[in-house]
Ligand binder design. Structure first.
Ligand code: PGA
Length: 260
């Protein structure tokens, strides 16, 4: 079942998403969280950090990130991560500020010498951890979940993929431009969990804000299930899925609105 929760603005969306995650952590302190990067979840992470300072204990949590650029990430054997890597994003926006143990944090290794082998290893780690209890998800402008670009099979697993032009443009505008990195120097490939991998989570939490996301949110939630909009896979998810939106992102939805 999909529950759509529409909040007033970005802050309220972030607070609501963080509450949902915190409830999972409180109910199961040893839970496995699937984490996401991007501009959208920054507020959710800020809220979780605030809750952690007020006592939310994450010491038993295990986390798996959705994706990483190929060629970026942690230098093997070092704690240093490249500036634009998702590894660095996670450290700065969330992981450095909470008490998830280092050995329980998993981010795809974009600098792995054998990325294909790494992908199988990553899947195995998720399985050995007992599966993901809650997977946090944004949605790309082209409807992607993680880096599952249009055309990705809805049964895909963790693998190396090519980025779509729209994703390169979106991520350039959100992150690389500010760091004065030219578009032509951006990574063109990534490691991503597959849609099939994501659908094995016990609970999904998708978040989106802003008018720019309104058309793609309507397509994902009310359009046909299609590998052209990989987030539409939420419609075939068998567990409990929650979608938390701000008013702008919900603007083009015609059905199933729960406003709070
Ligand atoms: P964004 O990206 O949060 O930066 O909009 C979302 C995504 O690509 O999944």
């Amino acid at each position: 079942m999909i529950e759509i929760i529409i909040q007033q603005d970005y802050l309220a969306m972030s607070q609501c998403a963080a509450q949902i995650i915190a409830q999972v952590v409180i109910a199961k302190p040893s839970c496995v969280l699937g984490l996401a990067t991007g501009a959208t979840p920054i507020g959710t992470y800020q809220e979780l950090i605030r809750m952690h300072k007020q006592g939310l204990d994450l010491s038993g949590v295990r986390s798996f990130n959705l994706d990483e650029y190929l060629g970026l990430g942690l230098e093997p054997e070092k704690a240093y991560a490249d500036d634009q890597s998702y590894e660095r994003f996670m450290q700065e926006e969330f992981l450095n500020h909470v008490n998830i143990k280092k050995e329980n944090i998993f981010v795809p290794q974009g600098k792995s010498k054998d990325p294909e082998k790494f992908c199988s290893w990553y899947e195995e780690q998720i399985k050995q951890s007992g599966g993901i209890d809650l997977q946090l998800l944004g949605i790309g402008g082209d409807g992607h979940w993680a880096f599952n670009e249009p055309g990705s099979s809805l049964s895909s697993r963790t693998r190396v993929v090519k980025l779509a032009d729209q994703t390169i443009e979106d991520n350039y505008q959100s992150f690389f431009k500010k760091a004065k990195i030219e578009k032509k120097q951006m990574p063109r490939q990534a490691i991503t969990m597959g849609i099939g991998t994501i659908l094995e989570s016990r609970q999904l939490l998708m978040i989106a804000n802003g008018a720019k996301k309104a058309p793609v949110i309507a397509k994902a939630l009310e359009g046909p299930v299609s590998s052209e909009i990989t987030a539409s896979a939420i419609q075939i998810f068998k567990g409990d899925a929650k979608v938390v939106l701000d008013k702008s992102a919900a603007f083009e939805l015609k059905r199933c609105r729960i406003e709070v």
